[in-house]
Design a binder for this molecule. Structure first.
Ligand code: F6P
Length: 333
């Protein structure tokens, strides 16, 4: 069970701000609630920034009270809204953001988001010295330095629920289905969903597999009497990849249907697990700030909460355990 790190308060902060950035993830609201309520309980004022870094640049900040985060722990999405802000890549813009926060009397910033959002947070603190801390919120679970991210568990469960349904129709019609899950450049969702959903083959950006190999797996299954198959694949960088794989399989004599789960994986009621990690991470972010620790992300490592420096995360990739893909294949054929 996770617990909040025991830290000594060293900072006399009066006010902090919190924003959500990048793709939304179920459980972000639970994290906002935890940041706001833990900060208020610690005697701080809290401002919610609307629409991520874009809202920050526009000064779209609002005071948060305990009741402003009431009844949101179970809601998907983010009440603060979110954005992918290209302008924040500019150094001058980050300086403006820090100045604005200082003018508003804010002492530190909490950023809930993924690796792109943390790249901005890293540079903001490095260049301006403005205390900034990250909470990993992304369905992709692709951030190095943390075993888990808020939203991953919900997204995986949403996708598995769909696969169970697809299985019914696949088996009734003796069909092959290619189920495309999210993950532009990482296969964590695909690996977990494929293994948990009993897929024959899992295709991820981290590993190249030829269509001939996919066809061979389908053939092996067919030889032992399988009449339907599920192939799980991550969406990858270029839209429509699953249709191209289906067409290539078709040329080898295997007709496959495609089902793209898309943004359904980003929404919905967060699982108990995501709400729990969001609550502990949110509170811990405030505890770290009050102890004078910033410039990093609150990460979970082997069941413990750590402050992982942003520079440790920058330009590194989280390694997907590829043996899971092999295991899925062994278990499904
Ligand atoms: O980062 C989360 C994520 O859902 C990825 O899995 C996906 O590739 C991407 O965001 C989609 O982003 P958008 O909704 O901006 O198209």
């Amino acid at each position: 069970m996770l617990s909040i790190p025991q830290l000594t308060k060293t900072k006399d902060y009066k006010s902090i701000a919190v924003l959500t950035s990048g793709g939304d993830a179920p459980g972000m609201n639970a994290a906002i609630r935890a940041v706001v309520r833990y900060a208020l309980a610690s005697g701080l004022e809290v401002h919610g920034v609307m629409k991520g870094y874009s809202g920050l640049l526009e000064g779209d900040l609002h005071p948060m009270s305990a009741s402003s985060v009431a009844n949101i722990i179970q809601r998907g999405g983010t009440i603060l809204k979110t954005d992918r802000c290209a302008a924040f890549f500019k150094k001058t813009v980050r300086r403006e953001a820090a100045n604005l926060l200082i003018r508003k009397g804010i002492d530190a910033l909490v950023v809930i988001g993924g690796d792109g959002s943390f790249a901005g947070a890293h540079l903001l603190e490095k260049e301006t010295g403005f205390p900034t801390i990250g909470i990993p919120g992304t369905i992709d679970n692709d951030i190095p330095g943390t075993d888990d991210t808020i939203g991953f568990d919900t997204a995986v469960n949403t996708a598995i629920d769909s696969i169970d349904k697809i299985r019914d129709t696949a088996s009734s019609h003796d069909r092959i289905f290619i189920v495309e899950v999210m993950g532009r450049s990482s296969g964590f969702i695909a690996a977990q969903v494929g293994l948990g959903g009993g897929a024959e083959t899992i295709l991820v950006p981290e590993q190249k597999i030829s269509v001939a190999e996919v066809a061979r797996t389908v053939e092996r299954g067919a030889k032992r009497g399988k009449s339907s198959s599920i192939i799980v694949m991550a969406e990858g960088e270029k839209p429509g990849l699953s249709y191209r794989v289906a067409a290539a399989l078709g040329k080898k004599g295997y007709s496959a249907k495609v089902c793209i789960l898309g943004h359904t994986q980003r929404g919905g009621i967060p699982t108990a697990h995501d709400r729990m990690i969001a609550s502990v991470m949110g509170a811990s972010a405030v505890a770290f700030l009050l102890a004078g620790k910033s410039g990093g992300m609150v990460g979970i490592q082997n069941g413990e909460l750590k402050l992982v420096p942003f520079k440790q995360i920058a330009d590194t990739r989280k390694k997907l355990p590829l043996d899971l893909l092999n295991l899925a294949q062994i278990l499904a054929t």
